[in-house]
Design a protein around this ligand. Structure first.
Ligand code: A3P
Length: 916
């Protein structure tokens, strides 16, 4: 075995050997002397030296064996070659005028809620941000979950019922209908099938169907009603695309997927009509001798048989080619209405520059290889440059060779783009002192200036994503002050997994982009260390996870580390290979741009994502690690959500009497309420919100709550509340919406609202849309919150009915003791407080008030329980008519959620409306 030794090591080895030789001689001499004089003590010394020598030799050999294993014997080299003539490159466009009559939405019909293929289809659509609706046939209702609500996919049960309404006025509601089981379509009942086929013909909508594995093998069986024969349960290999097919758009034909295709239940088609065009062929794997005949495994029905275009898949989505083919089929069959972009932006970050451990860092030839690969990638992605994130403190912290590598990186500073990491690679969330973070960042800034590294990229990455999400406010502050950071990236928002759901958000004017991973981590320095070895890495590159990451994300910011570019240079192998594979198999245009440009493009593409959604960091182990040592217990257990003017202050006051219940500290800005979920306070972040709550460790109370009466009708509030407090209980008070509106009007008058002073209540509520803006605003604030059913429906999208409690506002006024008993029961408050000794009716106030220790009552202030004249009869009638449909819907809603007692005012108002 050849072992390279440095001069230093050779010198020491020869010294040791010399010493050992001397010992041996001494030993021989001593042996003679021993025989003569028995001076055995010298032998003992030599034995000790021998032992030391052996240990040093073992360490020495181990060191070089390890070094040897790092050397590039197994280093993989990119080998993927395209066999596509350049003339075939193009960007097919499926758009036609027919797309203008259909909505960009897919109806996915799945057999059972637990259909694996159904789930895969839905996930693929969500990944590509394609809107979908899922129809489960013959199965129990699947409740909407926050995930599918957010991803605009929801599930409906149609057992025994007709298809959902397919049109809206003169527009088709779905562009394509996808069946996870082709048989569900073929054997659909006559009525539904007739409706669906007519819809498809009228609106030019296409159908996709998949072969659903079945134990029974069909041999040449006819697909009922179609001039098409099928053969099932086959094993296939070597798939190729039909280059002449108009369906292909993302996929680029010309290559073969060599080897066995996944699964053993393939269906192949034998058409008996010219309507069918093969889209993919494969050959059969036979027991003795493999067939050489190409069999159609994906078929395009061009519609010449019955006027409907279809794409039929002989297998599910386990085969990567089918995943792309499904996207192409959706694009083609929807006339371009559902076409994903063909541009892919690629940025490859190399984090931890200079941070790598001694022995794993870049040497001179690694840097040269980096530059050479960069040049080759530039032929695929014009203008591509690796983006290097540096921590200056560790400059020149390697071996002599590695320090030379550092120098060469800096000599080529202009060949790369650069961004700042933390100076000492520390995790910002561990520090609560902004000055400290700024000082550290300042050191890296000075290092950059000293070495000619550009400092204006506006981009930064935090080690281990610390402080980015969950947000550590002072990191954002320091970033702005020292580096003017405009954009960063994390893989943690909303969670690391599933990767397809990663999103971006904007906080304190910093655009946070989702970051993609490629399976290479700091320790993945040799191919053996890649989980599953070379085979798995190649699988990920050649159609697998990494390839699909590039295909399904229009903007890819990949995270890698310095150590991935030394040693086996896996970073270079991985990216050059996957980019070549993308080039071979797709028509995607690979591009690059600066991080700031990428941020701008991202939020232009997905403007809704600009709004952050704060989750509870304590529910995700990775988030908790970053969040720590911030508290987990300073969040409310229940929320009083309003609406305003229904008695929320009285309820708040009564709850606060309970020794075990406490609310937030008052917020001076918003009349004591925090109003976190409903307004701009939300952008102040979670730390700000939590600072309003005491720690449960420091008090006798066990239950925290928050009351912000504006939550009830806030559009964004239920979604935000669900993200942070999914287990919180919600309490709402409903009074007659007519009285509520009048109470709000009186409130506005008392606060000097000019419109309320100038216009009568009748004029306000009957104002039409040509009225002056401030008058319309007052009208809306009077009327809008009272549309109770609308608002409750929104809450029910995000919270189960069991977590929502409706208090009858009239009962709260007339019998608050009963209200408080029931509420405590719902909230599981122990011990339950007996409010009969706590509350007493005050005739002067006309309301129940708190009994103090002095036995006197303390009532709410003048602004609660105001005295004002009764509402005009005509206004009352007007409002009762106005709210009739809303109240009827509320009654239905309460019945639906099996609410056991209906507010008395609701019964009365409905009865009254019925009698007039
Ligand atoms: P009015 O002042 O119009 O009578 P909120 O606290 O949500 O703003 O609601 C104020 C309303 O609470 C009051 O409206 C009043 O009718 C009602 N309320 C219910 N119980 C009350 C109580 N014990 N003391 C005072 N007002 C009470």
């Amino acid at each position: 075995m050849y072992i390279r030794m440095s001069k230093f090591n050779q010198k020491w080895l020869s010294k040791l050997l010399g010493f050992f030789h001397q010992c041996w001689c001494a030993h021989m001499q001593q042996q003679q002397q021993w025989l003569a004089s028995l001076k055995w003590i010298t032998v003992k010394r030599c034995m000790a030296a021998l032992l030391v020598f052996s240990i040093i030799s073992i360490i020495f050999y181990m060191h070089y064996l390890v070094q040897l294993s790092f050397q590039n014997k197994s280093r993989p080299e990119p080998f993927i070659q395209c066999h596509v003539p350049s003339s075939m490159m193009g960007t097919p466009d499926h758009r036609s005028a027919a797309r203008l009559r259909i909505d960009p939405k897919v109806l996915v019909v799945i057999e059972t809620p637990d259909s694996r293929l159904g789930r895969e289809i839905a996930e693929l659509l969500v990944y590509n941000r394609i809107k979908s609706e899922i129809l489960v046939i013959g199965a129990p209702v699947i409740h909407k979950t926050p995930e599918n609500v957010n991803q605009s996919a929801h599930k409906i049960d149609m057992s025994g019922k007709p298809l959902p309404v397919l049109t809206n006025l003169d527009r088709g509601k779905y562009s394509v209908v996808v069946f996870d089981n082709l048989n569900s379509y073929v054997y659909m009942d006559k009525w539904n099938r007739g409706l669906l086929d007519k819809y498809c013909r009228d609106y030019g909508v296409g159908i996709v169907g998949f072969n659903y594995p079945n134990e029974e093998t069909l041999v040449g069986a006819q697909l009922s009603g179609f001039p098409l024969f099928v053969h099932t349960n086959l094993r296939l290999k070597d798939a190729i695309l039909n280059a002449a097919s108009p369906v292909l758009r993302v996929l680029r034909p010309g290559n073969t997927v060599w080897g066995a295709l996944p699964g053993e239940n393939w269906m192949v088609f034998t058409p008996n009509h010219t309507t069918y065009e093969p889209l993919v062929w494969a050959t059969q794997i036979m027991e003795h001798e493999d067939s050489i005949r190409r069999l159609p495994v994906v078929l395009h029905d061009t519609g010449s048989f019955d006027g409907i275009q279809r794409v039929l898949f002989g297998s599910g989505l386990t085969f990567w080619l089918h995943r792309l083919l499904l996207l192409d089929a959706l694009s083609y069959l929807s006339h371009g209405q559902i076409s994903i972009s063909l541009q892919r932006y690629i940025l490859i970050d190399i984090d931890d520059i200079f941070v790598g451990e001694r022995g794993t860092r870049l040497k001179k030839d690694d840097v040269e290889a980096l530059l050479e690969t960069q040049e080759r990638i530039q032929r695929i992605i014009p203008g591509f440059r690796f983006n290097l994130g540096f921590s200056g403190k560790y400059f020149h912290h390697g071996t002599q060779e590695e320090n030379m590598g550092d120098d060469i990186l800096l000599q080529n500073v202009g060949s790369f783009t650069w961004f700042c990491h933390m100076w000492s690679h520390q995790q910002p969330h561990l520090y609560d002192n902004v000055t400290y973070l700024e000082t550290e960042m300042g050191l890296n800034h000075a290092f950059a200036e000293e070495h000619g590294i550009p400092v204006d990229s506006g981009y930064s990455i935090s080690p281990h994503h610390s402080g980015v999400y969950p947000v550590h406010e002072i990191l954002y502050e320091a970033w702005k002050n020292v580096w003017n950071v405009k954009v960063t990236a994390t893989e943690e928002y909303p969670h690391l997994r599933p990767a397809r759901l990663r999103k971006g958000f904007i906080h304190r004017n910093v655009m946070v982009l989702p970051r993609q991973t490629c399976g290479l981590f700091t320790h993945t320095i040799t191919i053996e260390r890649y989980p599953g070895g070379r085979e798995k890495l190649d699988e990920s590159i050649q159609g697998g996870e990494l390839f699909q990451t590039v295909v399904f994300n229009p903007i890819n910011i990949f995270m890698t580390h310095m150590s991935n570019y030394g040693n086996d240079r896996l970073g270079l192998y991985t990216f050059e290979s996957v980019l070549r594979f993308v080039q071979c198999w797709t028509n995607l245009r690979l591009l690059t741009a600066s991080p700031v440009q990428l941020g701008e493009k991202y939020f232009k593409m997905y403007p809704d994502e600009g709004n952050p959604l704060w989750g509870n960091p304590c529910y995700d182990a990775r988030h908790l690690k970053i969040w720590f040592p911030k508290p987990c217990d300073q969040l409310p257990h229940f929320l009083i959500i309003g609406p305003q003017k229904t008695g929320t202050t009285a309820l708040y006051t009564f709850l606060s009497i309970h020794p075990n219940i406490t609310s937030n500290y008052p917020n001076a800005d918003t009349f004591e309420e925090i109003q976190f979920f409903s307004g701009n306070n939300y952008y102040r972040g979670l730390e700000w919100y939590m600072s309003f709550f005491p720690s449960l460790h420091n008090g006798t109370f066990q239950y925290l709550f928050e009351k912000s009466a504006t939550y009830f009708e806030g559009e964004l509030v239920p979604r935000r509340a669900r993200a942070l407090l999914p287990h919180a209980k919600l309490v709402t008070i409903l009074t007659s919406p007519t009285n509520r509106a009048y109470s709000w009007y009186q409130h506005a008058r008392a606060h000097g609202n000019q419109m309320a002073l100038d216009y009568s209540f009748h004029q306000v509520v009957t104002a039409n849309d040509t009225a002056p803006k401030p008058l319309r605003e007052l009208r809306n604030r009077c009327l809008h919150p009272g549309k109770y059913s609308q608002h409750l429906e929104r809450w029910l999208l995000y919270f189960p009915a069991q977590q929502i409690y409706v208090i009858d506002g009239d009962q709260l006024k007339s019998n608050p003791v009963k209200t408080m008993v029931d509420l405590q029961h719902f909230l599981n408050i122990t011990p339950s407080l007996n409010y009969s000794s706590q509350l007493r009716f005050n005739p002067k106030k006309g309301f129940f008030c708190q009994v103090m220790e002095t036995n006197q009552t303390k009532c709410l202030g003048r602004s609660k329980g105001r005295k004002y004249s009764a509402m005009e009869e005509r206004t009352l009638k007007f409002l009762q008519r106005y709210y009739l449909s809303h109240n009827t819907a509320l009654m239905k809603l309460l019945k639906r959620i099996t609410f056991w007692s209906f507010p008395s005012w609701l019964r009365e108002e409905l009865a009254e409306s019925a009698s007039t």
